[in-house]
Design a protein around this ligand. Sequence first.
Ligand code: TYD
Ligand code: MG
Length: 454
Amino acid sequence: MIKSKSFFCSDCGNSTSKWSGRCEACGAWNSISEQGGLSSGTGKSSLGNKKGAKVKLTNLATDEPSPKRTNSGINELDRVLGGGLVPAMAILVGGDPGIGKSTLLLQAAGSFANNGLETLYISGEEASGQIRMRAKRLGLNEAPVRLGAETNLRNILTTMAEEKPNLVIIDSIQTIWADTVESAPGSVSQVRAAAHELTNFGKRNGISVVLVGHVTKDGQIAGPRVIEHMVDTVLYFEGERGHQFRILRAVKNRFGPADEIGVFEMTGKGLSEVANPSALFLSERGKPSPGSIVFAGIEGTRPLLVELQALVAPTPHSQPRRAVIGWDNARLAMILAVLESRCNIPFTGHDVYLNVAGGMKISEPAADLAVATAILSALYNISLPAHTVVYGEISLSGAVRPVNQAENRLKEARKLGFSKAIAPRHEKQIDVKDIAVAKTDDLMSFVLDVFEGK
Ligand code: TYD
Ligand code: MG
């Protein structure tokens, strides 16, 4: 009889077929143990020669109605979820410590409870008294949410089985521990086991489960990435500590579109929705100044205008600095290289800094032309005319490429009072009234037109 066993490292999660004293992947000592089959309760994952039961197979065609969604009433949250909460949906909400996850989820718990869902809020981080105080501050103390302070997985599962709620929020998954797993709470194996049990229990019993996960930088405790594959929806709550704006971003959603964002503002009374994010992101912008330009972006299904700021400063160091906040470092290096080699603009001897205002993170390649414009405007110390937006992708050859949803970008720009756009040449004629589009298909001619020609 062939027995296949699996061992895995409780520190890094690497799995092997045999035990050893030291993990080959991360080098930790005494961290390898045999994987316990938690759900089966046998403690072994060996298949042996026992025969399995045949899986029940069905057809794709169905006349089942699509699942009934419940709205929280917080529009920014409902949209990111794909139009409300689906029964038995498993959601992971990740984010830096202190960014506002507990605040968001307490508000969500209150709203869902007010809309008729039996809601449990289990905190492993704060005492119930503390949460009640926060609820009072958020004006939620009348909401029928049931609170619990617990870290033991077994107790939580029993509570779920007896209370039969519609929604359980676990804050945070890194504090929960399963007594069947030997390593410390927060380790990869604990976080995985707890997330697996909770989501499975939720699926079997029709309970939606929200897991809060802290993003960790030092790797002492396991980050939420290790459980992303187990859940239906992964939301990240982003923002800069010094700013009041917070972005809830769907990076995975089995029940709706990914890439959708919800914008919130952290106030003294918790998070409030931002219905017009472009206006908010541009609200801090003063007069046009060198290095500052407005990018007409798209986030999910919505257009969003954000300010990009660049600074180009001479440096005596042989290795100049390139620092980016809110955009991709590698992409900045690429833009600089294209400007250097295709347009003969040297950046050696210059530090380059790029910042996306308001704590927003942009991942669209459509920001390329906007970044190049900001950098050139900073380098030549020229401010772009007010009421101008920029978008477009730049290729390595120096060509400026068309991007998607150009019409939506221009409409949003016009709505906010912008009258001019610097944009790629589109094959299709875009007709947006009252906005003059300076079209460009080549970075070199763009540089000459916009800067040297003036
Ligand atoms: P919290 O939700 O505890 O963060 P997380 O759960 O992600 O660790 O939020 C922490 C911060 O939010 C804290 O610094 C205070 C701030 N805050 C407000 O500004 N207003 C509020 O109404 C609340 C409840 C928190
Ligand atoms: Mg918290």
